[in-house]
Design a protein around this ligand. Structure first.
Ligand code: 2P0
Length: 369
């Protein structure tokens, strides 16, 4: 409701997503168009998330941004200004379409009386908070931009599709286009230079596989050493493995991963997830200069998962099978996928090998590269 003191406000909470087929490489860095399609699981909103509030007021004199309580220069980020500009453009379009009867509404008349410009011309204040370490490779940009575009779209009362929202979130950060949906999500790379066919689609809702759980093992909450944007750009330029990954490996894996999810086939899902993580980090190592995201603790976690998956049932002597999967993004932290009935047993093993406090102590012995 129009209020000549406060203006309008909108708050949105968006979840993090963790890729099981990784996005790594851009074909257009301004429009954030990827070299390959990717697939992720959006985590439950209740755990890792970004909460963003946006307020628009005719009394504000500039657009301002607070991240986790500290003010940042909003205009310094081309990506942020691109997202805001696009949503303002859509709001302006809506204002131009307003019929004369709308314009004669009591709130518009009151605004006109006070010589208030239309909402699209008001400055905004954005306050965004993550409930997890920012930039530690825990997909903060994904939930951050997804929350921003949804909050501003709500504030502007835009009736745009999730496809359009996904494309605008993509202008902020590639992985953000996937956080617009819950559950299992594919970002279709698209082929058009304009990016009109590069957006996320839902593969299956969260309810499709409710027993699948994700466990985050925070190895380090320090800012990552190589930001994703520059890291992937160097990979595209220098890695000789990369073209093979893009042309031969990823297209097959996208199809196989969708099958695994739709069939709720954990073994297939887990093997693909782990091999994808391995290949992403192999391509990083094949980059020159090489990029190291995992550290010794990350590698110890891979060993532990392997140990867990190699267990044999004591009575039947049969292998227990692949019951846990790891994946690592642009940082040393592990994400573990497992079915609900397995996760407790795995946590017990982690607590045994990495008792509370180990991470802190070990970090000083195994610093991030
Ligand atoms: C992913 N990552 O698919 C992959 C796996 C990191 C490793 O998406 O430049 O922060 O903002 O588009 O989205 C990280 O890349 O990069 C990422 P930009 P973003 O989740």
């Amino acid at each position: 409701v129009y209020n000549n003191v406060m203006g309008y406000e909108s708050t949105v909470t968006s979840p993090v997503n963790i890729a099981v087929v990784k996005y790594w490489g851009k074909r257009n860095s301004e429009l954030i168009l990827p070299t390959n399609s990717s697939l992720s699981c959006t985590l439950s909103q209740d755990h890792l998330n970004t909460k963003t509030s946006i307020r628009a007021s005719p009394s504000y004199t500039s657009d301002r941004l607070w991240l986790n309580g500290f003010e940042e220069d909003l205009y310094a980020s081309a990506r942020l200004t691109n997202c805001i500009r696009e949503l303002r453009r859509l709001r302006k379009e809506k204002e131009n379409e307003l019929s004369s009867s709308d314009l004669a509404s009591p709130e518009n008349l009151e605004a006109a009386e006070h010589h208030v410009p239309p909402l699209s011309e008001w400055c905004i204040h954005v306050a965004s908070e993550n409930n997890f370490p920012t930039a530690a490779g825990l997909a903060s940009s994904a939930s951050g931009y997804a929350a921003l575009v949804q909050a501003l779209s709500n504030l502007y009362d835009l009736s745009i599709s999730l496809t359009q929202l996904s494309m605008i979130a993509r202008l902020g950060s590639g992985s953000a286009c996937r956080s617009v949906y819950g559950g299992f999500v594919e970002w279709q790379a698209g082929i058009l230079p304009s990016g009109e066919d590069s957006y996320a689609v839902s593969v299956a809702p969260e309810t499709h596989w409710p027993t699948l759980q994700a466990l985050i093992l925070v190895v380090s909450d320090k800012k990552k050493s190589t930001p994703s944007t520059s890291g992937m750009s160097t990979t595209v330029k220098t890695s000789e493995l990369f073209p093979i990954r893009i042309s031969e490996v990823v297209p097959k894996r996208i199809i196989q991963m969708k099958e695994a999810i739709l069939q709720r086939d954990f073994t297939k899902f887990a093997l693909l997830t782990m091999k994808e993580s391995n290949q992403f980090h192999a391509v990083c190592l094949d980059t020159y200069p090489p990029i190291f995201y995992m550290n010794d603790i990350s590698r110890a976690i891979i060993k532990l998962v392997d140990l867990f998956n190699s267990q044999v049932d004591e009575i039947t002597k049969k292998p227990k099978g692949i019951r846990v999967a790891y994946t690592f993004d642009a940082g040393p932290n592990a994400v573990i996928y497992a079915e609900k009935d397995v996760i407790k047993e795995f946590i017990e093993l982690v607590m045994y090998f990495f008792p509370r406090g180990t991470g802190q102590t070990s970090n000083s012995f195994f610093p991030d590269p």
